[in-house]
Design a protein around this ligand. Structure first.
Ligand SMILES: *Cc1c(COP(=O)(O)O)cnc(C)c1O
Length: 314
């Protein structure tokens, strides 16, 4: 049975607000994409924008795959609910712990009606009629339109503020967002006096992986974002003491909660590169806070002493 879509009552608050925050003595603009909508926000709202607003008269079901705690999975469950589509999500494996204690993105996606299939692999289901197949993490060219909207918001804000040089920073997973953002900003600022550069750092895989991702989406390297790295290697989803430390410090100094998977490395890299502050700096808050529901308790357990210290300092 076709569920009624509540897309009519659904609207995103765009453009997302820009705030000024101070961290470690530096003034930084913060683009609050985490505030786009209470259920559909951040990076994945930008990437799946196309699927929210385009017409898909024949689609009744969306199929995707990836990890059992991903932000993309949750956002797709919201999208499917809003559009009245079924949502099937394929994972290689779900841990017994998560199955017995659903939490974070996984729990919320199940509440939105997600049907999870374990061990089904990731073969595309494109031939199936009425099925829309979305790549893991939204790594596809369809993401460009939503990131184009973000680029327009940033450039008109920059014009309004009369900022000549702007460094835009966002941490990357697949790099899809940073790539399309840099590309669209380059088109919008071409032949203006504004200089706007997009910087990023890889959070899943290293610089070589990220460069490869960029090349797959855009051959012209002049349109690629600038990659910044740290010497220390970070593995996606692993818990690091310095990551938790900077996350706590950000919360204490700015009052803003950031995501625990991408933002800690993002902020470490940003603060280590003073050349990004030669003009104004804009950091993009890409949401992902539901993921913190499962990540934060793990950090609190692993680094008890940091948690205690933080409580005492408040
Ligand atoms: C998905 C996601 C990213 C990474 O986006 P990519 O386009 O894959 O680089 C960054 N931050 C958050 C919070 C995300 O959910």
């Amino acid at each position: 049975m076709q569920k009624k879509s509540d897309i009519g009552e659904f609207s995103l608050s765009l453009p997302s607000p820009v705030e000024m925050i101070t961290f470690e003595g530096r003034s930084i603009y913060l683009k609050r994409d985490d505030l786009i909508h209470q259920d559909f926000s951040g990076n994945k709202a930008r990437k799946f924008y196309h699927y929210l607003y385009s017409d898909f008269p024949d689609i009744r079901k969306v199929v995707s795959y990836g990890s059992s705690q991903s932000n993309a999975m949750y956002s797709l469950s919201v999208l499917a609910r809003m559009r009245g589509w079924e949502f099937e999500y394929r994972v290689d494996h779900i841990s017994d712990y998560l199955r017995e204690n659903p939490q974070g993105n996984y729990r919320r996606a199940l509440e939105n009606g997600m049907v999870i299939r374990e061990g089904e692999g990731k073969e595309r289901a494109v031939q199936e009629k009425g099925v829309l197949y979305i790549e893991e993490g939204g790594r596809e060219k369809e993401a460009e339109s939503g990131l184009g909207v973000l680029a327009e918001e940033i450039v008109s804000w920059q014009q309004e503020k009369q900022i000549e040089r702007l460094s835009v920073f966002l941490p990357s997973g697949t790099g899809t967002s940073a790539l399309f953002l840099q590309k669209r900003i380059a088109f919008l600022t071409y032949r203006t006096s504004m200089e706007t550069v997009v910087y990023t750092t890889p959070c899943a895989g290293g610089s070589d992986y990220l460069k490869k991702q960029f090349r797959q989406l855009e051959e012209e390297e002049a349109l690629h974002p600038t990659i910044l790295e740290r010497e220390k290697k970070y593995h996606f989803g692993k818990l690091y003491r310095d990551s938790y430390k900077i996350w706590l410090k950000l919360r204490r100094e700015t009052g803003v909660e950031f995501d625990l998977l991408y933002d800690p490395k993002g902020w470490m890299v940003l603060m280590e590169n003073p050349e990004l502050f030669s003009g104004e700096t804009l950091y993009i808050h890409q949401g992902g806070l539901i993921g913190n529901e499962s990540m934060l308790p793990r950090y609190e357990r692993k680094y008890k002493e940091l948690t205690r210290e933080d409580i005492l300092q408040q």
